[in-house]
Design a protein around this ligand. Structure first.
Ligand code: AQP
Length: 327
């Protein structure tokens, strides 16, 4: 079975974009692949996050992912900082990547724009991400569209490492879903739905109540020409609602667009479809919350299994670059 690796930051409540762009695929990849999923707490340190909040969110992210359908019997779920090889491998790759290629990362440009002082970690974040991936010999990385550029960088850096030191690392490929790869903010349809940007009305959380989902979808920003048409360029808000309904009901965007004449009807059906899509996750999350004590043991098991793979890859890479192994 080919190996899959993907990660999620415990930097905020999981939203519909995380679910449709990534987690939904993680769940289906559990059976067809040897799947490793990681709560990337070190990445969350690139933001200004309260230490107690980070700990709590890391723990709760595990519950959220289990509620969404990850099964620890069918995949390996672990916390990034529990496997020390992530930072060790990141250093080897930092000594392979260049300033120029990191400066081109649009996420870095967006997140650093207008800041007086920018953390080095925010700049080197994509290299840590590349390390996360190559440590597990992952061939497939299921991510949303926003991560394509980082995946290209990971491929580039892994390829360069191999060119210099021999065929040591597996060069990964992004697996971006055909639908739901870029869910847009319902209030600002020109930007993606995101954890780190506050937009309470624009962000549908994975655990929102049916009433909250309905309220947010009904208030979604559209346009005033009242013609139902799928046109992401000139009607981004409406296109987002059409896409959400299409992906939640497994239809095409054209099929959905052709079925409606009024924005209101489209929004009502979209809200209902999202409520039904997310209802089982919310129910399961409430059940799991009754036994939170199970999470530390589960994550310890995941870290143990992940370390076995990561330490072997790191040892191979460290040897190749010329580090003297400890006897
Ligand atoms: N809007 C989105 N549509 C589709 N996929 C998305 N992903 C994120 N947003 C969308 C995918 O979710 C996975 C986890 O990404 P993350 O932890 O980086 O989440 P985030 O919600 O994007 O969080 P932030 O804090 O806002 O981080 P930045 O700004 O760094 O993206 C990834 O596979 C991602 O593609």
């Amino acid at each position: 079975m080919s190996r899959v690796l993907s990660g999620i930051q415990p930097s905020g409540d999981l939203h519909l974009g995380n679910y449709l762009g990534a987690i939904h695929n993680w769940v289906s990849d559990q059976d067809a692949h040897d799947a490793y999923y990681c709560i990337v707490d070190l990445h969350a340190l690139t933001l200004d996050i309260d230490p107690n909040e980070l700990r709590a969110r890391t723990h709760d992210s595990a519950l959220d992912l289990l509620a969404a359908g990850l099964d620890p019997e069918r995949c390996t779920l672990f916390v990034q900082s529990h496997v020390v090889e992530h930072t060790q491998m990141a250093w080897l790759l930092e000594c392979t990547a260049t300033m120029g290629e990191l400066r081109r990362m649009t996420q870095f440009k967006d997140k650093s724009a207008g800041q007086d002082s920018v953390r080095v970690g925010l700049f080197t974040y994509p290299v840590l991400q590349a390390a996360d991936i190559v440590l597990y010999d992952a061939e497939r990385v299921p991510v949303g569209d926003d991560q394509r550029q980082h995946l290209e960088l990971a491929r580039e850096v892994a390829g360069r490492f191999n060119h210099r030191f021999g065929e040591i690392l597996v060069v990964p490929e992004a697996a971006v879903p055909a639908a739901g790869a870029r869910v847009m903010d319902l209030q600002h349809p020109e930007r993606k739905m995101s954890k780190s940007v506050s937009s309470p009305l624009g962000t549908v959380l994975m655990l929102d109540s049916p009433e909250e989902i309905t309220r947010k979808v009904k208030k979604a920003v559209t346009d005033t020409d009242n013609e139902v048409r799928y046109d992401p360029e000139s009607k981004p808000g409406l296109a987002n609602v059409i896409e959400l309904l299409a992906v939640a009901t497994q239809r095409t965007t054209d099929d959905v667009a052709n079925s409606y004449e009024r924005y209101g009807d489209l929004k009502v059906d979209c809200a209902e479809a999202l409520v039904e899509l997310l209802r089982p996750i919310r129910t399961r999350r409430a059940e799991l919350a009754a036994d939170p004590g199970a999470v530390p043991a589960l994550l310890a098991r995941g870290a143990h299994k992940a370390t076995e793979v990561a330490s072997a890859t790191y040892a191979r890479a460290a040897q190749a670059v010329g580090l003297l192994g400890r006897s």
